[in-house]
Ligand binder design. Structure first.
Ligand code: CDP
Length: 218
């Protein structure tokens, strides 16, 4: 970021569910030796809080209350469960919830030494001055296949048609909401991973990031 100090890059990775953004963000963080924040986990932590309290995700004030002390243990399998995923998608449309989680993400993005953040609005809202912005996509069908594999791999029972319908519904909520909708910023580099395996997607992402950093280095 342009505060005159020599720091590492800030890399924003955005994209829809199961596009591969998480895998790419983790790999970039490791490659550049940068800290990584999976911002979806913050929304999931709020959703899990709300779910455990038996709160109503259709009520914004209840969702906001669930932001209080929404700490999480990333290894908690409940964070990735279907009910929590659905609630996370619902409560992330509330402006007050997004505002409550903003500072934590912006503080992370402005750490000295750079950072990698992945989510839906990193390049547009959280870190509009990021050195590199990647927008990762894949077709809904491919993403549904990936999500199905992930779910069955965790021993969960799931059907392709249901997973695809859920992905489409999530896309619609993410892209259609008024606050911080999912969309690439004008200066984002687009990466379609539909035809790429995880290793190829990571290699392509690294190439794009290296090129962008080289072009802005001078
Ligand atoms: O990749 P996946 O959609 O399964 O989940 P995630 O990235 O962990 O995000 C969980 C939910 O939080 C998503 O449904 C998004 O709607 C929301 N989210 C958001 O609104 N903004 C972010 N920066 C990150 C996640």
């Amino acid at each position: 970021m342009s505060d005159g100090k020599k720091t590492g890059p800030v890399i924003a990775v955005d994209g829809p569910a199961a596009s591969g953004k998480g895998t790419i963000a983790r790999a970039l963080a490791e490659h550049f030796g940068l800290p990584h924040m999976d911002t979806g986990m913050l929304y999931r932590a709020v959703a899990l809080n709300l779910w455990r309290w038996g709160g109503d995700p259709a009520q914004e004030f209840e969702a906001l209350r669930a932001c209080d002390g929404a700490a999480f243990d990333a290894s908690d399998p409940e964070l990735r469960s279907e009910p929590v995923s659905k609630i996370a998608s619902m409560i992330s449309a509330y402006p007050s919830v997004r505002a409550a989680l903003l500072k934590r993400q912006q503080d992370f993005a402005s750490r000295e030494g750079g950072a990698v953040l992945d989510g839906r609005d990193i390049g547009t809202v959280i870190a509009p001055d990021a050195d590199v912005k990647l927008f990762v996509t894949a077709t809904p069908e491919i993403r549904a296949e990936r999500r199905l594999k992930e779910l069955t791999g965790r021993g969960m029972n799931a059907h392709y048609e249901d997973v695809l319908a859920d992905i489409r519904a999530r896309d619609e909520r993410d892209s259609g909401r008024e606050v911080a909708p999912l969309k690439p910023s004008d200066d984002a580099l687009l990466l379609d991973t539909s035809e790429l395996g995880p290793d190829q997607a990571v290699a392509k992402a690294l190439q794009l990031v290296d090129e962008r950093l080289a072009s802005t280095a001078s």
